[in-house]
Design a binder for this molecule. Structure first.
Ligand SMILES: C[S@@+](CC[C@H](N)C(=O)[O-])C[C@H]1O[C@@H](n2cnc3c(N)ncnc32)[C@H](O)[C@@H]1O
Length: 263
């Protein structure tokens, strides 16, 4: 079923095939503490791509899952120099965001509702409110990750589960300093350490209540042969193997804190 398109996600499908994803996130739900049962929950997957997390939440019994991504590649946060050729590259590489999701959803028989909308435009009017808002590997691709988190805060009644890529250098050498590295790669804006992500989530109006251990997301069978993460990722995760460094954070929306000078 893989066809000639490029797959971002490695999806095990009910027809016995597995999509040759660029990344293999199949071990990530366990690492990220995704609850085994989501029975009764209304869940949102922000930046769904081929739908791995959305389908997984559906499989775990969610009452309803909405998957958000942008169909129009010009709506992605391109840096100035990439603004004109970036969208063309998406077409040339076969990495359009809708077709993989649609093809997989059909084989799975999924009822996940996919909505084309930028996270910056997310609000109650788009698809209502959610018990669980899941956001994976998106913040690093956004010019304004805190504005995006604020939009998620607007629709989150229960919990945010952020599963985000970490900068291994900052994680290893500036662990206690809340920090993010600017423009570490062509389509990335910010790559943070754990303390930096915690501060971003906090600034957007959430209390971080749990974080996972650091883990690696390995490259999938569809990754280019030359793709290598480098040893720092494994060192920071204390794991063998090649993959990108990740950590998950659970956070609850909170009310504004009182002004300490007035108490
Ligand atoms: C690196 S992929 C991560 C896919 C998936 N969430 C995961 O964790 O495996 C980032 C996804 O976020 C989407 N994205 C980028 N900018 C977005 C925006 N402004 N609003 C919504 N989705 C966006 C991209 O189209 C892409 O599907």
């Amino acid at each position: 079923m893989s066809g000639d398109r490029v797959w971002y996600h490695t999806l095990d499908l009910p027809d016995g095939t597995t999509t040759p994803g660029w990344f293999d996130t199949r071990g990530a739900p366990a690492e990220a503490g995704l609850p085994l049962s989501l029975a009764g929950k209304r869940c949102l997957d922000v930046g769904t791509f081929d739908g791995f997390w959305a389908f997984e939440m559906e499989r775990r019994g969610a009452r309803e899952v909405v998957a958000l991504d942008v169909d129009d590649p010009t709506s992605l946060d391109w840096p100035y120099d990439e603004r004109h050729r970036g969208p063309e590259l998406v077409a040339e590489w076969g990495t359009g965001r809708g077709p993989g999701f649609a093809a997989a959803a059909e084989v799975i028989g999924s009822t996940v509702r996919r909505v084309s909308c930028s996270v910056y435009d997310l609000g109650e009017a788009v698809a209502g409110r959610f018990d669980l808002v899941l956001c994976g590997a998106l913040l690093l691709h956004l010019r304004d990750p805190i504005a995006a988190l604020e939009r998620m805060r607007e629709v989150c009644d229960g919990e945010l589960l952020l599963v985000e890529h970490l900068d291994p250098t900052l994680e290893l050498f500036a662990r206690r300093v809340p920090s993010a590295r600017f423009a570490p790669d062509w389509d990335q804006w910010w790559r943070a350490n754990s303390a930096g992500l915690t501060a971003m989530v906090d600034r957007a109006g959430f209390d971080v209540v749990w974080s996972s251990r650091r883990f690696l997301v390995p490259f999938g069978p569809g990754a280019p042969a030359h793709q290598r993460a480098g040893g720092l990722h494994g060192l920071a995760a204390r794991r063998r193997g090649d993959g990108l460094l990740f950590r998950a954070f659970r956070a609850k929306p909170r009310d504004p804190r009182p002004d300490p000078s007035r108490t």
